[in-house]
Design a protein around this ligand. Structure first.
Ligand SMILES: Nc1nc2c(ncn2[C@@H]2O[C@H](COP(=O)(O)OP(=O)(O)OP(=O)(O)O)[C@@H](O)[C@H]2O)c(=O)[nH]1
Ligand SMILES: [Mg+2]
Length: 424
């Protein structure tokens, strides 16, 4: 356990009605006693006057909570001071804490890091917490809470158990020198089955989509009303609209939430051959964006739409009254006609690409660990020699240790915990 006792303002920036200051570490209780005289029982609250530990000046009246190690968020002794949220009050209490020997201000994420180092949470839960704090949409929040509540950790624990069983079986085979008798095929089959289960997790929708938003790209020939449509959906004039074909050159991205689904809506340059070098670059970018799109909103002739698995065909400027081909949604950015239907279809298509409501979605780092484990298990499943099989199982176990943060993850830890705000 760390020797330093750390403290920080854990609630938002003052002024506020209430501010929460957390103190964690071996001197947390002594420090709080020095300011408050006495503490409540563990896991209860009490109102106390806070005094400066040296001058004795009255600083504030606060609600004090006490959590004793190891049953606390960090695993250490924690005292939480709920003060009045004025700037001067908070500054005075923080200054008083800083004046106490053995106490120092926490760095961002340090409370969570201690929780991880003391085994209160594993790395996947810490990642979930970081996501939870950053979550801006309802679906992001749900995914983050499932992760932070240990959804993946529990699942991993089962797989680790299974792996250990397989390893033990392999060791036993080595011990009894059964290198090539019938124990081996069963063992290999079990490795293959576990590998297949892990691979099915890799095929699930990923957390990145949830975080960065589903990429919805509006494309079509010049002057078809792409920028007008983006503005209408965004509810603000983000893209320049003129009656001149070739108005949009650079693409324009607008993040928004449709019915709780995070979307990155992108307007692109009208697709045509252009002798203008700037426009030509814009058209090339538009083509790349269309290819990378999760959902394509196509405003051109229905028969000319690019080959994309999720294309929503829009008949634009429907207020002008030209015939609408079947399969196209008639939309007018001027009157708003067809807009609810288009938004509903975008939302529905996008939602299918997101992880299910309560499903755990892997992030990039986690997926990499999964890939390592899968390739080790695949190798184990075809290993001719039980010694090699055992070695591959060991690789798979190491991959899982990286996944939970039990091994080889210093760089990951630094980048993860730097995502947290001060006081978390
Ligand atoms: N009547 C009508 N006019 C529209 C509608 N949408 C766009 N327009 C007009 O069509 C012209 C082109 O609109 P833009 O939104 O700039 O079209 P664009 O596809 O972004 O054009 P480029 O950026 O040049 O490719 C403008 O004069 C708009 O006012 C619509 O729904 N109804
Ligand atoms: Mg445009």
């Amino acid at each position: 356990m760390s020797q330093d006792t750390i403290f920080a303002l854990s609630s938002g920036r003052p002024p506020a009605a209430i501010s929460v200051i957390r103190v964690s570490g071996p001197n947390a209780q002594a420090a709080a006693v020095g300011m408050a005289g006495s503490l409540p029982e563990a896991r209860t609250a009490a109102v106390r006057q806070l005094h400066h530990p040296r001058s004795g000046d009255l600083l504030d009246e606060a609600v004090i909570l006490r959590f004793d190690s190891p049953a606390s968020a960090t695993g250490e002794d924690i005292v939480e001071l709920q003060c009045h949220g004025g700037r001067a009050v908070v500054d005075a209490v923080l200054a008083a804490l800083a004046a106490i020997d053995g106490l120092r201000p926490a760095v961002p994420g340090e409370f969570t890091r201690r929780a991880f180092e003391n085994g209160r949470i594993d790395l996947t839960e810490a990642e979930g917490l970081a996501d939870l704090i950053e979550a801006e949409t309802e679906s992001q929040r749900k995914a983050a809470i499932a992760l932070s509540e240990g959804g993946l950790r529990k699942q991993i624990a089962e797989w680790q158990q299974c792996l250990l069983g397989l390893s033990a079986e392999a060791e036993r085979a080595i011990e009894y020198d059964e290198a090539d008798d019938e124990a081996n095929p069963t063992l290999r089959r079990e490795c293959a089955a576990l590998g297949a289960e892990l691979r099915s997790w890799l095929d699930r929708p990923r957390a990145e989509r949830l975080k960065d938003g589903i990429r919805v790209v509006v494309a079509g020939p010049p002057n078809t009303g792409k920028s007008s449509l983006l503005n209408a959906i965004a509810g603000e004039e983000r893209a320049i609209v003129t009656d001149m074909p070739g108005t949009t050159r650079d693409h324009i991205e607008v993040p928004l939430a449709l019915d709780g689904v995070p979307i990155l809506l992108t307007d692109t340059a009208g697709l045509r051959d252009s002798s203008d070098p700037v426009e030509a670059i814009g058209v090339a970018r538009a083509t790349t964006l269309v290819e990378a799109a999760d959902v394509l909103v196509w405003l051109g002739a229905p028969g000319e739409s690019p080959d994309h698995p999720r294309t929503l065909k829009v008949h634009p400027k429907s207020d002008l009254g030209s015939a609408v081909l079947p399969g196209s949604i008639a939309v007018s950015s001027v009157t708003g006609e067809g807009m609810p239907e288009l938004l509903e279809q975008i939302g529905r298509t996008a939602r299918d690409l997101l992880p299910g409501e309560d499903a755990i979605a892997l992030n990039r780092r986690q997926a990499r660990c999964f890939e390592e484990a899968v390739s080790a298990l695949d190798a184990a499943s075809v290993a001719g020699d039980v010694l090699i099989l055992a070695e591959e199982l060991r690789h798979a176990r190491v991959a899982f240790d990286r996944l939970t943060g039990r091994a080889g993850v210093d760089d990951v830890l630094d980048s993860l915990f730097s995502r947290f705000c001060l006081g978390k």
